[in-house]
Design a protein around this ligand. Structure first.
Ligand SMILES: *Cc1c(COP(=O)(O)O)cnc(C)c1O
Length: 379
């Protein structure tokens, strides 16, 4: 099959950024250096002054965040079954036990009532994943975390630029992770960041992302914890700085595309849509447009639907499979029927393209194709 011409994601890297990256390459200082510091300072400003450290991915940021909380064997970490594999993988990787709870069907955010019920004396942290359109209720989440003395690691990979009561995600709360993978709201090729509470925690992150090394007074080094190798190169940070400056423009573009999706889907086809913020801005960022297909009224599988769209040149995805039902999840207590909403989303969801390089006409084309394919598949 030919590659779809309407891609799933398509980063916008301008010529100034490319020239800037070339300059960093020529400078000879290509590993972590001044651009990482600048990127971290800009991200910190974005988070109302909270310390931020850059890492090679959001996955690295989640791993380091769990280590920063001292989470390991014997500990339990509660997460939603509707998230990307990162969350499950890193909880298992640090030796902790993942505890799955369900999500809400429309917002896909973690069900806080179920979190409360899942807490045991061994629970150390909650890892909620935020979705475009509506954030998890941060007031309720942090009230619960404080009452039960739990750490929170917000997986904000998809929602850089979303706001809670007027403040950016990352500006409030406990630990928050961002991704700068090319599919996200901004990119540094690969890259991620971890927002922390204090300079002391930031120092810990610096050790955890670089071999666990601490510098001693006699100018030798010591390692007390097996740290990773997750420092972001300066070439990536240079790109990240330029991208962050364009975030408002990217967010406005994405919002206009989401509005168009909502307008087109209002009449047809009958899919479950993401939550639509009340005001035009609404403080929400948009990354991907995930709908639930009316499969019970279609004589077609999701796989066939996706192939029909791809035949029309439109790339699609699945965001996400249910974590409790993947092989690793099942090995850690996941079972069928445990998280009905997450499992229904996993069966019925399809991700439609939504990225800043698209036009409104592209959205019209996706919606026309989806309508046509679903109409033809009506039993
Ligand atoms: C993309 C994504 C991640 C992983 O980000 P990387 O930077 O690729 O490691 C984690 N969680 C969610 C919800 C994501 O969408």
């Amino acid at each position: 099959m030919a590659l779809p011409d309407l891609k799933f994601a398509s980063p916008l890297i301008d010529e100034e950024t490319i020239a800037g990256a070339a300059e960093v390459l020529r400078s000879g200082h290509i590993a972590s250096g001044p651009w990482v510091q600048k990127f971290e300072a800009e991200l910190s400003r974005f988070c109302d002054g909270r310390p931020v450290r850059a890492l090679t991915s959001a996955t690295a940021a989640v791993e380091v965040a769990l280590q920063l909380c001292g989470i390991g064997p014997g500990d339990e970490v509660i997460t939603s079954a509707q998230s990307f594999f990162t969350v499950l993988n890193m909880i298992v990787k640090v030796g902790a036990k993942p505890v799955f709870v369900d999500c809400e069907l429309v917002t896909r955010n973690i069900d806080l009532g179920q979190v409360e019920a899942a807490i045991t004396p061994r629970t150390k942290a909650i890892v909620p994943t935020h979705y475009p359109g509506a954030l998890a209720d941060l007031d309720a989440l942090y009230a619960l975390a404080e009452r039960r003395r739990l750490r929170v690691i917000e997986d904000a990979a998809l929602v850089l630029g979303s706001r809670w009561k007027g403040r950016n995600v990352g500006a409030i709360g406990d630990l928050v992770t961002f991704s700068f993978h090319p599919n996200k709201n901004i990119t540094s090729i690969e890259g991620g960041a971890l927002v922390v509470n204090s300079d002391a925690e930031a120092k810990e992150v610096e050790a955890l992302r670089f071999h666990g090394i601490r510098h001693l007074a006699d100018r030798t080094r010591d390692v007390a914890f097996p740290g990773g190798k997750f420092n972001l190169p300066d070439v990536n940070a240079r790109i990240g700085v330029a991208q962050l400056a364009r975030l408002p423009e990217f967010l406005a573009k994405r919002r206009a595309l989401a509005d168009r999706y909502f307008a087109r889907f209002a009449s047809d086809p009958a899919c479950v849509l993401p939550p639509r913020p009340e005001s035009a801005d609404g403080g929400q960022s948009w990354n991907m447009f995930c709908v639930l297909l009316p499969l019970e009224r279609m004589t077609m599988s999701r796989r066939d639907f996706r192939e029909a769209l791809e035949t029309r040149g439109i790339a699609t995805g699945v965001s996400y499979e249910a974590l409790n039902l993947c092989t690793l999840g099942r090995r850690h207590g996941g079972r069928d029927g445990q998280c009905p909403n997450a499992e229904r989303i996993a069966r019925e969801t399809v991700t439609l393209p939504l990225h800043a390089a698209m036009t409104l006409a592209d959205v019209d084309r996706v919606c026309a194709a989806a309508s046509e394919v679903i109409a033809a598949a009506r039993g």
